[in-house]
Write a protein that binds this ligand. Structure first.
Ligand code: ADP
Ligand code: ZN
Length: 731
């Protein structure tokens, strides 16, 4: 808090620091400095200095001032974290049972952003000054500078096609002067009327509804529109409205690989690119976006879930596209759901939040059915194209021969599609060549030394890889267990193996594997996505990366290699997630021109999820799924929280998990499962146990958990206790 009383010798302030402690610490404010809640400061913490923020609430005046340390630096106070953001940080901490300082850390991700960017030197024409002697090169330079603006030296040399020495010569002659220029000019504003598409009647109704919702303040809308129905164009109109009202807008996407296409579409609609925020942007751009968002220069951000914690100056709209996607859940450190926290941020600041999906989460569907969310249905594709025709291939009856993975029916369909000059997509949610490698002689299986997981062979990289900790080892010549050479066999398919089969079958086709782990990283992925979009590939083999949101105009056939893959998981959302993933991926077929076909390879053709897919009965699937959740008290009709205990010593971790379970405060409303060894029993050398608590919807589970953890045994000897409210992953 601010102590401006001049009689008060030494003022003190509460400062939230980025560590896992439950409260803010008290620091002295250096003489002559003023701080307010939200001011960003640097403070000593143990042996180091950390960036924190002055926080609301009284500092602890009872501490002996001699023992207090002093704030060492006060950052530019024109950009303090505003009250809404501070309340949001506290809210997220309270909800996740995390430390507020750890949530604040997500806000202060870019230390570079706190320093103003140094100006860069530039040159400008001195009015009326002429060189003693004109040369062609000099004329080109002066011609280039006719607009009177300042240029960087290298930019000018490049634009005029001269060497930098020509410019130095003009500086020496006092024709040009050296000036300092802002490192990055403010980005241009989106142009609201740049190129608006004529919307279909269903799109128009939805767009008008969203625009009208701004007058109501906080509120959530759900756009439930089939793949290709034009949801993006609809929420673009909401973004235009936010800008019209002098507010900023944020679009959350679940996958960085989607960004590129989104950027281009945004540019087609608004004439400029929006700012990007995700793990792949450079520290310099990160700092620029952070500052631009705080100053208000940046009006629209497209980002990953962490962009929710950017210090927007006047945020007025959040869109969560593909809102059902589990990637919106962060599992480590502060486990939070960006979709749910977006709704909270809108609620705190009183602005609309828009969720969009072709396959909404059961939670959002229930909220729409109950009227808590406003529903906009887009049942048809904007292009008028029919939805793809889905069929199951029963692998028990019509499966491929041993050692092959593509059923004859699928091979035929690929052949026809290729012959017609269209694209096929083969979807398998397994990276690498084979999920398991074993020795034919002794049965030895290659397992990660640090995790309870098989090592996955990646043939392109010639490595065995653990998908949980990243451990890699070369593929050995002989079995490490029995020493037999040429005895290792790959079991089961990954995308690389499917690619191999496709190349054998269609050597003339241009095939492309799209998987997040291939050399070249996101840049390569971006290029390849674009190639697919432009029709430069015939057969694409991809992981879930290709399932989401992409628009591939020439894609006609989607083959799902293993439709049953997600169904076996011990996860209450297994059916929902499988339905969503497969509906999304098959939705890539025939988006623009219709005539799309989706083929699902399954050993389970009678499973309700598979039937709902090829039967095309989405409504019935949701109804059945919602009913079964209701009956079993699962989310959203009941609440779940997981507690994951992990430690380096197995017996000790298990013993602690049992003791913690025994300490659970008795409460009839709360059900407790476990402790049980986690499905992923060991990760990075840590043994893991899980407890799962279930409670009715209205129950205050957080308070219960807080009481429990406060009264239970304390974790020691390297144990870690992680609470996960509303878990999405059950590994
Ligand atoms: P969704 O996000 O619902 O899957 P998109 O917004 O990506 O759908 O739209 C699918 C395709 O249809 C895009 O290529 C888009 O440009 C086009 N489209 C959307 N709305 C219209 C419209 N009203 N008129 C013409 N084309 C449209
Ligand atoms: Zn591992």
């Amino acid at each position: 808090m601010l102590f401006d009383d001049p009689d008060f010798e030494e003022t003190i302030a509460s400062v939230l620091v980025p560590v896992a402690v439950p409260v803010a610490y008290t620091y002295k404010v250096p003489p002559g400095k003023t701080v307010v809640p939200g001011t960003i400061v640097k403070v000593p913490l143990g042996p180091r200095e950390v960036i924190g923020a002055v926080w609301d609430g009284e500092p602890d005046a009872a501490i002996n001032p001699k023992k207090l340390k002093s704030i060492t630096r006060v950052y530019d106070t024109t950009l303090p974290l505003d009250e809404d953001l501070r309340r949001f940080v506290d809210w997220v901490a309270n909800w996740t049972l995390g430390a507020p300082g750890m949530v604040l850390r997500m806000v202060l991700r870019s230390e570079e952003a706190l320093e103003p960017e140094a100006p860069v030197p530039g040159v400008r024409r001195i009015e009326g000054a002429e060189p003693d002697r004109q040369t062609a090169a000099r004329r080109r330079v002066l011609g280039t500078m006719e607009d009177g603006f300042a240029w960087t030296k290298s930019g000018l040399a490049h634009a005029a096609g001269v060497s930098p020495s020509v410019i130095d010569g003009l500086i020496q002659q006092n024709v040009l002067e050296v000036v300092s220029m802002p490192a990055a000019p403010p980005p241009p504003r989106p142009q609201l009327d740049f190129a608006q598409k004529a919307l279909t009647p269903a799109q128009t109704a939805a767009a008008e509804g969203l625009i009208a919702s701004f007058d109501k303040g906080a509120g959530v809308s759900l756009i439930d529109g089939v793949t290709g129905s034009g949801k993006t164009e609809v929420y673009f109109e909401a973004i235009a409205e936010a800008i019209r009202r002098d507010r900023q807008a944020l679009v959350l996407l679940p996958e960085i690989a989607l960004t590129e296409q989104f950027l281009r579409r945004f540019e087609q609609r608004f004439g400029v690119y929006p700012a990007e925020w995700h793990s792949e942007i450079t520290p310099k751009n990160r700092a620029r976006v952070w500052r631009g968002v705080a100053s208000g220069d940046i009006r629209v951000v497209i980002g990953a879930r962490s962009s929710l914690f950017l210090p927007f100056r006047e945020l007025g709209l959040i869109i969560v596209d593909e809102e059902h996607d589990a990637a919106f859940k962060q599992d480590d450190r502060v486990p939070y759901s960006a979709r749910d926290m977006a709704v909270v941020r809108g609620h705190i600041s009183g602005f609309p939040v828009v969720l969009a999906s072709a396959t909404p989460s059961v939670e959002s569907r229930v909220n729409a059915d109950s009227g808590r969310y406003t529903l906009y249905d887009l049942p048809e594709r904007a292009s008028g194209a029919a939805l793809p025709d889905l069929k199951a291939i029963d692998m028990r009856l019509d499966g491929p021969e041993r050692g092959k993975w593509l059923a004859p029916q699928l091979v035929h369909a690929i052949k026809d599609t290729f012959a017609a000059g269209d694209q096929s997509l083969l979807f398998l949610n397994r990276r690498g060549y084979a999920p398991l490698t074993l020795c034919r002689t002794c049965g030895h299986r290659f397992q990660c030394a640090h995790c309870s997981a098989w090592l996955v062979e990646h043939r392109f990289q010639k490595k065995l890889v653990c998908h949980h900790c990243g451990h890699t080892e070369p593929v050995p010549q002989s079995c490490p267990s029995c020493g037999q050479t040429d005895s290792l066999v790959a079991c089961g398919p990954g995308v690389e193996r499917i690619a191999e089969e496709v190349s054998d079958l269609f050597p003339q086709a241009r095939t492309l594997v799209l998987s997040s782990d291939l050399a070249g990283g996101p840049e390569r992925l971006k290029r390849e996505m674009k190639l697919v979009e432009e029709g430069e590939a015939d057969i694409v083999i991809g992981t879930q990366l290709v399932a989401k949101g992409h628009n591939f105009p020439k894609m006609k056939l989607v083959g799902v290699i293993d439709a049953d893959l997600g169904l076996a998981h011990g996860d209450p959302r297994a059916a929902e997630k499988t339905f969503q993933l497969l509906a999304q991926v098959t939705g890539r077929a025939g988006r623009m021109t219709g005539g799309g076909v989706g083929l699902l390879q399954t050993y389970n053709a009678e499973h309700p999820v598979i039937k709902a897919l090829y039967g095309g009965d989405k409504a019935a699937f949701y109804q059945a799924e919602i009913e079964s959740r209701r009956v079993s008290g699962l989310p959203p009709f009941g609440r779940l929280a997981a507690i994951v205990i992990s430690g380096p010593d197995k017996a000790f971790a298990e013993g602690y998990a049992r003791a913690l379970a025994c300490a659970a405060p008795p409460d009839e409303a709360v059900g407790l499962l476990g402790p049980a060894e986690a499905a992923l029993a060991m990760v990075r050398g840590r043994h893991r146990y899980r407890l799962l608590t279930m409670a009715p919807r209205q129950f205050d589970l957080q308070s219960y958990l807080r009481r429990w953890l406060a009264s239970g045994p304390k974790p020691t000897r390297g144990l870690r206790v992680q609470v996960d409210i509303d878990p999405q992953h059950f590994l």
